[in-house]
Each structure stands twice: as structure tokens, then as C-alpha cells.
Ligand binder design. Structure first.
Ligand code: MEV
Length: 325
């Protein structure tokens, strides 16, 4: 996008824009890190937009509630700084002067993929500002460089899903689009509690090292549940998907990545008529998802979840339409 022609010599020639979206993991969070399949949905209505503008002085960053010199960004934004640097290295201008700004429709640290989405949007904006084309593989690798700073050993699911326009199946680095045609609605509810994917992934890694016999069966179960869910999603069997969501939540809780807020919200969703409910993303904070058989049922569940303390909720039709509750 061409916005300005006048810029300092070591700044981009014009403004660049990049966009990604939030994601929810329907099945397979955590077990995907161990090579099992996962299914994720991009939420097209919840955007992350990045803008890169030429600057006169040192680079600045305005992102996820913080604004200041890029080189003084707090540790929680280290992955976004890495995204800027990775993209600048890619375009061959590591010291370029620029202002980087992100604006998001969804909160950070809630299992909705904000770190991957911010990195992906910033990378696209830098590349756009320097008129540098990149294929999907380049964009994935650049985003993963930032995600490694955020999570240590990311599976790549978030980097892929937040840049996707359709539901995906992801397994051991391979992505395929997956057709979802289920007569059901998805409620996403934010517990309001910040979650740290780095911590929960680290918790399972430690647990796996100390107690592989206790941990492996739970991870394998999550993998089997994701495989069964693929069939149920293809067959449009909403009741089966709901049961599989309940089963997945139980395994994630047994792995120690749920918490009392998430368990309470999952129970509230079920009491309010959900076909099934589970945490989504890294856990220990963040969001839950619940499956509803109709839009009115989804709205009732969303209301019950907000009554039980959820900060916000969104209602999403997995096939096509989407709206905020
Ligand atoms: C986080 O959104 C998903 C996890 O499976 C981590 C990963 O896939 O890298 C918990």
C-alpha cells in the first residue's frame, strides 16, 4: 500500500500494512507439540492489523498496550521485536528507521494466538513497506522465529492458523484445509485471566520428562480425540464433537493445564446446554470454547458464561458466518 513518498534514506519508502486473525484450537492443543494432529479455526472477525511507517529517528513500537522505542520494549513483547528484526533481516535493511503499530480486535494472552498474530501481521507490514514479496513458507519461517522467542518450542500451529482463511488440520508441521460443515455454533469466552503458553508448554514438558508413563497416554488420547473429531466434523455430527470436546478438556485438566476458572466456565457452559466445552490454547487462563446446537442456544450459553465471570464472549459459526455476542 503506497501512502507516502517522502521518507528518510534509511526508512521504508512508504507505509506498509499487514493483517492476521485470532484463532481457536478446536482439538489438539499441547498434544500437537508431540506430533499429534490438531484442528484450528481462524476467527476472521477478530483481526490483528500492523502498520509500519517511515520514521525520522530510532525505531518505535506501539503494540499490545505498550508504546515506546523498539529497543526498550518490555520482555513480554520480545517476540514482536524479534518479528520486526526477522522481517528487516529478510528485506536486507536491519537498521531501518520505522514506526511499528499493531491494533487488535482481541485480547492478548488468552489462548487466541495474539503472539503469533502480532508477529505475522508485523512481518507482513515490514515486507509490504519494503515491497518485498514472500511466499507462505517464508512467512511461516519468519513467524516461527518470533514464536520461538514467545514459546520456546512452538509446534507452528498458531503461526499457521492465525494466517489462515479456512479451518486447518495441522500435524508435524504439515497443514491441510479441513472442511467443516456442522449445524452448530461455537461460543468463545474469555476467562479474563492471562495465560502463558510458554509456562504451560514447559509444565507438560517437565511432566513428560519426570513421568512419561503417566503423560504419554494422555497426549495419545488427545491425538486420538483430534482424529475422531476430524470424522465427526466431516460428518457434521455436532453431538459427537461436543462429547469429544468434553473428553479433550478432561485430558487437558489431567495434564495440569486447566485451572479453577476454566473448569468453572466449562461446567457453566454444559449446565447452560452446551453440547460440549473445553479450554482452548495454552490454558491456565485464557479462553474456553463451547458448542451450541443453534444460534439462540449459543447466545444463552454466552450469557451464562458472562454471568459466571467471563469477561467477554464471541459467537462463531464454524462453517461461514460470524458475529460478536
Ligand atoms: C498454543 O496456542 C498451542 C499449543 O499447542 C502450543 C503449540 O502448539 O506450540 C499449546
Amino acid at each position: 500500500m503506497q501512502v507516502s513518498d517522502h521518507s528518510p534514506a534509511d526508512a521504508p519508502a512508504h507505509t506498509g500494512m499487514g493483517q492476521t486473525v485470532a484463532k481457536v484450537i478446536l482439538f489438539g492443543e499441547h498434544s500437537v507439540v508431540y506430533g499429534y494432529p490438531a484442528i484450528a479455526l481462524p476467527l476472521a472477525g477478530l483481526r490483528m492489523i500492523a502498520r509500519v511507517e517511515p520514521a525520522d529517528g530510532p525505531a518505535t513500537l506501539t503494540c499490545l498496550g505498550w508504546s515506546g522505542p523498539l529497543r526498550q520494549a518490555p520482555a513480554r513483547l520480545a517476540s514482536v521485536v524479534r518479528a520486526v528484526d526477522a522481517a528487516l533481516e529478510h528485506v536486507g535493511r536491519p537498521d531501518a528507521r520505522l514506526h511499528v503499530t499493531t491494533v487488535a480486535d482481541f485480547p492478548p494472552e488468552r489462548g487466541l494466538g495474539s503472539s503469533a498474530a502480532a508477529a505475522g501481521a508485523v512481518i507482513r507490514a515490514v515486507l509490504d513497506a519494503f515491497d518485498t514479496p514472500a511466499d507462505a513458507e517464508d512467512l511461516f519461517e519468519l513467524t516461527q522465529a518470533a514464536e520461538r522467542v514467545a514459546h520456546g518450542h512452538p509446534s507452528g500451529l498458531d503461526a499457521t492458523a492465525t494466517a489462515s482463511t479456512a479451518p486447518i488440520r495441522f500435524e508435524a508441521g504439515r497443514t491441510e484445509p479441513i472442511a467443516i460443515d456442522v449445524p452448530a455454533w461455537l461460543v468463545v469466552a474469555d476467562s479474563g485471566v492471562h495465560g502463558s503458553t510458554r509456562e504451560t508448554v514447559g509444565h507438560i514438558r517437565e511432566r513428560h520428562e519426570i513421568d512419561p508413563q503417566g503423560t504419554d497416554p494422555l497426549l495419545a488420547d488427545l491425538g486420538r480425540i483430534a482424529r475422531d473429531a476430524e470424522t465427526a466434523l466431516r460428518d457434521g455430527d455436532a453431538a459427537a464433537i461436543g462429547e469429544l470436546m468434553d473428553a479433550a478438556h478432561a485430558r487437558l485438566a489431567a495434564l495440569g493445564v486447566s485451572d479453577t476458572h476454566l473448569d468453572a466456565l466449562v461446567a457453566t457452559a454444559r449446565d447452560a446446554g452446551a453440547l460440549g466445552a473445553k479450554l482452548t490454547g495454552g490454558g491456565r487462563g485464557g479462553c474456553v470454547i463451547a458448542l451450541a446446537e443453534s444460534r439462540p442456544a449459543a447466545e444463552r450459553i454466552a450469557q451464562a458464561l458472562e454471568g459466571a465471570g467471563a469477561r467477554r464472549s464471541w459467537v462463531h459459526a464454524p462453517q461461514a458466518r460470524e458475529a460478536a455476542a
